[in-house]
Design a protein around this ligand. Structure first.
Ligand SMILES: [Zn+2]
Length: 437
């Protein structure tokens, strides 16, 4: 009897301590400076803001997170080095965000400006310099919502070094992402009711977190631009990611067990941002127009006419042709991941080239013996092993030449810088006038 009383008392104690509280996480990733709706009418900052505000209205347990790559991809971003995008995104009222690899496209000092501009904490736990100092002021943020302490740990893909260049990063580099996040999760266990990983990571890294890190019950991810059809889950843990370019807003509704510090249950949905169906947020629309008008002066000039639509793979070959013809090089190589848009059919504006090549990549040329030319460059064309050949690539490819996406080669030197790739492409299209087969 006595024993049973103790047992009962214990049960009462446990049930008093354990509580279920709700939390709603709204989230975006890879918005990539798409201030205006896409050709498919989805997205646009004013429409995304309207959807965010609608979802947040009367919500007492909502937070809004961004999983990186807010900038890069449109003329406003390229011309003004991303800063207007951060200014306008403040109107979304994010609760916290992490950095993406493309935040570094304008050099790391510019990312400091992004962090100064953002009116919300930016956290990346595994980005440090040679002295071991963290790039962001904190590795995580603790948000309080609906009487829950939610610790948001930021993380960056370990691929950062091959997705950027030494010139842009200098000595900033990633620490092993899983191990670093685990360390902070252990530290946060007593300070938070729920740990959320906000990560800009690759598919394999997402899998590693989900499958091997029980300390992380919830992950909001970014970097891959395609949204998940369904949330990924494993042993009660959940990972979500929406489509990039502001086409979707994610809404993850959690019932959090405050004793287990894990979701007791959850539901997730992807909310489309359809510019034909929502009223734009007027304050955001005003800012978007102001910056788009500024950029239009630079980019809305007729350039050439395209007789058909060219896919990204075709544009890659088109760029290689342009590099050869503009530089006189024997060979040229363009990495497919660096081709950011298609060539549409019809009248092309300079804007189209900015969309294809938003990066300020430079064209560099080197001279190599036939035997030293990477196979991906010669593409089966016969070369004489002892003859000298010239090869034109982007400085990004030169810096990351060893990766599969580039040359799978090492030690190739490209001493001759012939200028900005976008300028070279504009010049080539302008001279061609008509782009056919
Ligand atoms: Zn990314």
């Amino acid at each position: 009897m006595f024993r049973r009383t103790i047992l009962l008392a214990l049960l009462v104690c446990v049930s008093l301590a354990a509580e279920i509280r709700t939390l709603t996480i709204l989230h975006t990733n890879d918005v990539h400076a798409r201030l205006m709706p896409l050709d498919n009418h989805n997205g646009g900052f004013a429409y995304l803001a309207a959807v965010i505000r609608r979802e947040r209205a009367h919500c007492t347990d909502c937070i809004l997170l961004n999983a990186g790559d807010l900038v890069q991809g449109t003329p406003v971003s390229t011309i003004f080095h991303g800063l207007p995008v951060y200014q306008i995104a403040n109107l979304f009222d994010y609760s916290a965000a992490t950095l993406g690899n493309h935040e570094f496209d304008y050099g790391w000092p510019q990312v400091r400006k992004f962090m100064d501009t953002a009116k919300y904490p930016m956290v990346t736990s595994n980005l440090v310099n040679a002295a071991g100092q963290l790039f962001t002021s904190k590795p995580y943020a603790i948000l309080t919502v609906n009487k829950l302490r939610v610790a948001v740990i930021g993380a960056m893909t370990e691929d950062l070094n091959i997705l950027s260049t030494p010139k842009l990063l200098e000595d900033w580099h990633t620490l092993p992402v899983v191990e670093t996040v685990r360390k902070y999760a252990a530290e946060l266990r007593s300070q938070a009711d729920l740990i959320v990983l906000l990560a800009h990571i690759t598919g394999p890294e997402e899998q590693r977190f989900l499958e091997t890190v029980p300390e992380i019950p919830v992950t909001v991810s970014g970097h891959i631009h395609s949204g998940l059809a369904q949330a990924m889950s494993r042993d009660g843990r959940v990972l979500v990611r929406v489509k990039g370019y502001g086409e979707e807003l994610g809404r993850l509704e959690l019932k959090v067990d405050t004793e287990k510090k894990a979701p007791a249950s959850w539901t997730w949905k992807r909310i489309p941002v359809d510019s034909t169906k929502v009223e734009p947020a007027a304050d955001v629309a005003r800012e978007v127009k102001r910056w788009e008008d500024e950029a239009a002066v630079f980019v809305d000039r007729p350039l050439a006419v395209s007789q058909r639509r060219f896919t990204k793979a075709e544009v890659k070959r088109m760029i290689e042709q342009a590099l050869r013809e503009e530089t006189g090089a024997d060979f040229a190589f363009m990495n497919l991941g660096g081709v950011r848009d298609v060539v549409p059919q019809g009248q092309l504006l300079e804007r189209n080239i900015w969309n294809i090549m938003p990066f300020d990549n430079r064209v560099v040329v080197g001279t190599f013996k036939g035997r030293d030319l990477p196979a991906v460059v010669t593409g089966g064309r016969k070369v004489e092993p002892d003859r000298d050949y010239t090869l034109a690539v982007s400085d990004f490819t030169a810096a990351n030449q060893s990766s599969d996406e580039n040359l799978s080669a090492t030690g190739l030197k490209f001493p001759n810088d012939v200028g900005l790739m976008r300028d070279l492409l504009l010049d080539w299209f302008r001279k061609k006038k008509v782009i056919g087969d």
